[in-house]
Every structure is written in C-alpha cells, then in structure tokens.
Design a protein around this ligand. Structure first.
Ligand SMILES: Cc1ncc(COP(=O)(O)O)c(C=O)c1O
Length: 367
C-alpha cells in the first residue's frame, strides 16, 4: 500500500466556482469594476442585535453543548411558529448545525446511508446534496417534478424555494412528495434556507400543519440563518422535525464533535428572537430584485420561476456559457445553470446579493 492510496474521501467533482475563473478575471477587468452576482453571499451588515449578543458571550472557556442551549432551542421553535406558522414542535427536537452546508454534506452519512442506497435530489439542485451522497458512497438520482423516488431510496431532498430556480412547492406538492417518500421508506429532508424570501409566492415549510398533518415521522427541516439574518460568516443553522431522527443525529454529532461554538449559539438565539431585521433584509433584496428583473427583461432575457428565494433564473435559450461570456463582457459575473444539473444548460443564475451601488451599475450596463 502506498500513501497515494490514502485519499481524503471519495473522488468529488471539481469545485464549481473554480471553473469560472476565466470569466471572473474578464469581468474584473471592467474599467468600472466587477459586479459579482455569481455567489449568494450576504453583503449587508450583521444586525446590531446579533453583534451585541455575540459580544456579550466572549468569555466561554468550557465546551458548548452539541444540542445547543435551551434558550436557542426555544428561540428556534418560536421563530418557526411566528414566521412560518409551524406549530406543535418540541424545542428539544431542535439541533444547531455549523451552518447548513455541513449538515447537507454529512446528513446521508449521519443517517447511516451508504453503498447500495439511493439519495434522491431535485433535478436542478444545490450541488452539496450530490456531494453528501458521494461522501456516503450512495447513488444519486435526480428526480423530475412530481416523480416518485425509485426503490432503494433512503433520503429525499426537497428545496423550496429552490436554489437555483426560485421555484416553490405548493402545500399540495409538498404533501405528495412526502407521501411518495414515505411509500419508498425514505426520510424527507427539506432544505428551507430561503423560506423567508417569498416574492410572488408564499413558501411553506414541510413542517407546516397543512403539509404534515399530525405526523412528523421521517421529516426533517433544515434551516439556515446565513441569508435571512446575514450570518453566513457565523455559520449558524439548525435542523428540526422528527424527534427520534433528531435525537439520533444528536448522538452521532456528539461523538463527532460537530458542535456550534457557544458565542455563535448566543448570536443565533438573538437573531431568532428578532423578526424586524428579517423583514428589513427582505425589503432590501426585494428592491434589488425589482431593479435587476426589469433590466434583464428589457435586455431580452426571460426570467423563469424565481417567485421566491435569492436568485433570478434567467435564459435567452442559448448555451449557459455563451450567456456567461455576454455578462462577463459587461463586467458582470453570474453562475452558469450547469452548476446545478444538466437541466440548467441554457440558464444562468443571478444573485441579489450585491450592494445597491453595484446593482445600479449592473442595470446601467444592461441597458
Ligand atoms: C439550498 C442551499 N442550502 C444550503 C446552503 C448552505 O447555507 P449555509 O451553509 O450558509 O447555511 C445554501 C447556500 O447557498 C443553499 O443555497
């Protein structure tokens, strides 16, 4: 055996963002600077209430609890009820995660999914669902709209509102997806990190009583504070739902040291107790979205879906890489739809996460 045989994990795809380096360099050479609409990274300030809470807990020499503080769990349960009408959850079924990406990447492994099992993901999807299945050695199946998961499926990912398309699933569509997953004997993990950003649709949680009825078994909702509270830099998320599943995840995460730092737990609690900053941030994104959408339509693009979430899903029925170059010529960097699956070959994804001044610059360059 040589050292060569020891590799960190299975072979994974190239990191997608590395593949647009040429277009990024070209866009950056624009005399008035780049407008980067490629990544959904928040750029507005961390809410004051959160910064204060973080500062108040800097003296924390001991280990934090993997389960989080009781205050954090109660705050998460309360926020889901106030903001999204999710009632009847037990705060003990809330488990903090170090942002939601790590949970997405490791959930199949944490659930004991492995070779011979299937993980079903949306046809167009956040790439980490596939990575998580690959890390576990499971097979990935991309499910077309309304398609039933195949035999052997142990985990079904839902993502409404969707990254990248902004599409939302109606309560009826969610009910059908849950029923089909249960029929296959699969856990449903609903990634709800864009739930607070509904524009022409009102997104609904898989845990809403209109979807789950009286049953929580096999259901997990994954939440992130990155987008709604500008906390991407803090790494703050949580998972909740079926108490038995959450308890199992907690046990494994305790052993594996997957613990949210105690100061971040306090910051996240403050963010979950305050709804004002969430509405203010939504209004900011709403204004940027309206400006960009108008300019894109005037420039001859079609905006598909995009009724919710942080992105505009844009096409003019040509190869995504041709569209990417067209934007780069104007100093605007966008993401090719192919990052999210073969079905994105003629779309680009445009993020709303640029400062107002940069959005105004993009609008001028598009006209
Ligand atoms: C659909 C989806 N899920 C999860 C994440 C991860 O977010 P975070 O790790 O910041 O919570 C993202 C980030 O863009 C996303 O788009």
């Amino acid at each position: 055996m040589t050292l060569e045989a020891t590799r960190p994990g299975p072979r994974l795809p190239d990191f997608p963002w590395d593949t647009i380096a040429t277009q990024a360099a070209h866009a950056r050479s624009h005399p008035d600077g780049v407008v980067d609409l490629s990544v959904g990274t928040p750029i507005d300030p961390v809410p004051e209430v959160v910064q204060r809470a973080l500062g108040d807990v800097s003296d924390q020499p001991g280990y934090p609890a993997t389960h989080g503080t009781p205050a954090l769990r109660v705050a998460a349960e309360g926020a889901l009820e106030r903001r999204f009408g999710v009632t009847g959850l037990d705060p003990d079924a809330v488990l903090p995660t170090i942002g939601s990406k790590e949970l997405v990447a490791w959930l199949p492994t944490l659930l004991g999914i492995g070779p011979g099992d299937v993980v079903a993901i949306p046809e167009l999807a956040y790439p980490t669902y596939e990575v998580g299945a690959q890390l576990a050695g499971a097979e990935v199946v991309r499910l077309a709209d309304g398609a039933a998961p195949p035999a052997g499926t142990r985990l079904v990912w839902l993502n409404s509102p969707s990254n990248p398309t902004g599409r939302t699933l109606s309560p009826d569509a969610l009910v059908a997806a849950v029923a089909a997953a249960r029929e296959a004997g699969a856990v449903v993990a609903s990634d709800e990190c864009y739930l607070a950003l509904g524009w022409e649709a009102e997104p609904v949680s898989v845990l809403h009583p209109s979807v789950r009825g009286e049953r929580l078994d096999g259901l997990l909702a994954v939440h992130s504070l990155s987008k709604s509270s500008n906390l991407a830099g803090y790494r703050a998320g949580f998972v909740t739902g079926d108490p038995q599943l959450v308890r199992g995840l907690l046990e494994v995460r305790k052993h594996a040291g997957m613990i949210m730092p105690r100061p971040v737990q306090a910051a996240m609690t403050a963010a979950l107790l305050d709804d004002e900053h969430v509405s203010a941030q939504k209004a900011l994104y709403g204004r940027r979205r309206a400006q960009l959408k108008r300019a894109l339509l005037t420039a001859g693009f079609r905006v598909d879906h995009s009724e919710a979430g942080l992105y505009l899903w844009v096409s003019r029925d040509e190869d995504a890489w041709t569209t990417l170059d067209w934007f780069a010529d104007r100093g605007i960097l966008v993401a090719p739809g192919t990052f999210y699956g073969p079905g994105g070959a003629q779309h680009v994804r445009i993020s709303l996460t640029a400062p107002d001044e940069r959005v105004t610059a993009a609008v001028a360059r598009l006209s």
